[in-house]
Write a protein that binds this ligand. Structure first.
Ligand code: F0G
Length: 409
């Protein structure tokens, strides 16, 4: 099956074999992307077969560049709910709003889609150790999948800036956790250098194109769940891998001849960490990194997103947009979706709800357009934020009189 895929540089077009260990183009330093030969693949893709398989990442087996089935490390990731949110219609004004609940994944974020493919690749290539830099979720996911694969795992996180749920996951799965004195951008730079120098450690940040292959399956699932592609995707953006992965997935659906339609991709950043929004607004094709990014949504507290070029391409090619939202808007949206729809999502994920609200207000999204917000991670990842923004429990003696007085019944 490996003749169906190759690795290409998105800048200079240099082609590499799909089993070469590379994180960037060795000719020009550009980002790499896995290309599939749609012509060849459409002869073996049978969507009726897909429907008979379990609803998870591996339903789309033919589109995933792992060649040795015995190396697949899976926990049934993917197959997440696509929930219609009718109660939000009143507030947001959209008739057809859906939320893709990526917190349903085994470690409670979308990262598991990328890790099932990335860690399988690590095994296939014969690595004994994995490494990533992370704002938390990548670390949690890589730790779990590496544990299951029997691989050593090292994670670098920005000291003091990782939500407690994510940190405890990486710790319990047995990863070596290093708290870097510096932000995520510095941690990632160090991680890349380390893996380039020590060829025995496999880097599993989203600069690794195999991660993107797993993550693209969320787009295929949305197509399967709706029966068509939506008009809009609204998605939080940090290091910019996920928006690129969705765009790749939707394009592959089209390349396979399953539909002609493509959604518009709308990326949402936090106001204090918005280099892509700035580039989009100034119609620039380069980003100016933000030296000291700051936001309550620590998952997307990133000033120099590694996949910025792929993200700008996704937004521009699709006719979408990039917007930023304040921390206040993010926290309001987190409470709103919890209280109106019963969905508990982490702050970075709530950014997509805050974003869709603004996009409708600004007239970028029309009221009748089918729109899917991506809720990238579960709310329990970051319980401390809730303790800060919600009313505290009221301590009370166990007698009816006191209860009635407080509850006013
Ligand atoms: N939402 C959540 C919950 C995330 O954890 C991340 C990224 C994003 C959105 C943004 O996705 O980076 O592909 O644009 N978290 C990374 C991490 C950076 O280390 O866990 P992106």
């Amino acid at each position: 099956m490996d003749e169906y895929f190759d690795v290409r540089c998105i800048d200079c077009g240099q082609s590499y074999g799909v089993n070469e260990v590379l994180y960037t183009c060795s000719r020009c330093g550009g980002l790499l992307e896995i290309r599939l030969d749609a012509g060849k693949l459409s002869s073996i893709v049978d969507t009726r077969l897909w429907c008979r398989r379990p609803f998870n990442v591996w339903r789309y087996r033919e589109l995933l560049p792992i060649f040795d089935d015995s190396k697949i490390v899976s926990m049934g990731e993917g197959g997440t709910r696509l929930l219609r949110c009718r109660n939000l219609t009143r507030i947001i004004g959209l008739e057809n709003l859906y939320v893709k609940c990526e917190g349903d994944n085994p470690t409670a974020s979308f990262k598991d889609r990328g890790m099932t493919v990335g860690v399988s690749k690590a095994l296939e290539l014969g690595f004994k150790a994995t490494l990533c830099a992370s704002t938390g979720n990548t670390a949690a996911s890589l730790s779990a999948y590496s544990a299951r694969a029997g691989l050593k795992c090292y994670v670098l996180v920005p000291a003091g800036k990782v939500a407690v749920g994510k940190l405890s996951q990486a710790m319990v799965y047995g990863a070596k956790v290093l708290a870097i004195r510096g932000n995520f951008d510095l941690a990632l730079k160090t991680a890349i250098q380390l893996c380039l120098e020590d060829s025995g450690i496999y880097l599993l940040n989203s600069v690794n194109p195999f991660r993107i292959e797993g993550q693209k399956t969320a787009a295929l699932e949305i197509f399967d769940q709706l029966g068509f592609n939506p008009d809009n995707i609204v998605i939080p953006v940090g290091n910019a891998g996920n928006i690129s992965a969705y765009w790749k997935g939707f394009n592959e659906i089209r390349m396979l001849g399953l539909t002609e339609e493509l959604p518009r991709m709308h990326g949402v950043q936090a106001k204090g960490a918005n280099p892509l929004v700035k580039a989009y607004r100034s119609m620039s094709w380069v980003i100016e990194p933000i030296e000291n990014p700051e936001t309550i949504a620590t998952a997307i507290r990133i000033g120099s997103p590694v996949s910025w070029k792929k993200a700008l391409r996704a937004v521009r090619e699709s006719g979408g947009s990039m917007i930023d939202v304040s921390d206040e808007e993010i926290l309001d949206a987190q409470k709103l979706i919890a209280r109106m729809e019963g969905l508990f999502v982490e702050p970075a994920s709530a950014a997509s709800i805050a974003g869709v609200r603004r996009l409708v207000e600004d007239g970028v999204i029309d009221r009748d357009e089918v729109t899917v917000c991506i809720a990238t991670g579960h709310g329990l990842k970051d319980p401390e934020i809730v303790l800060k923004i919600c009313e505290s429990p009221i301590e009370v003696d166990p007698n009816l009189e006191d209860l009635r007085r407080i509850l006013m019944i």
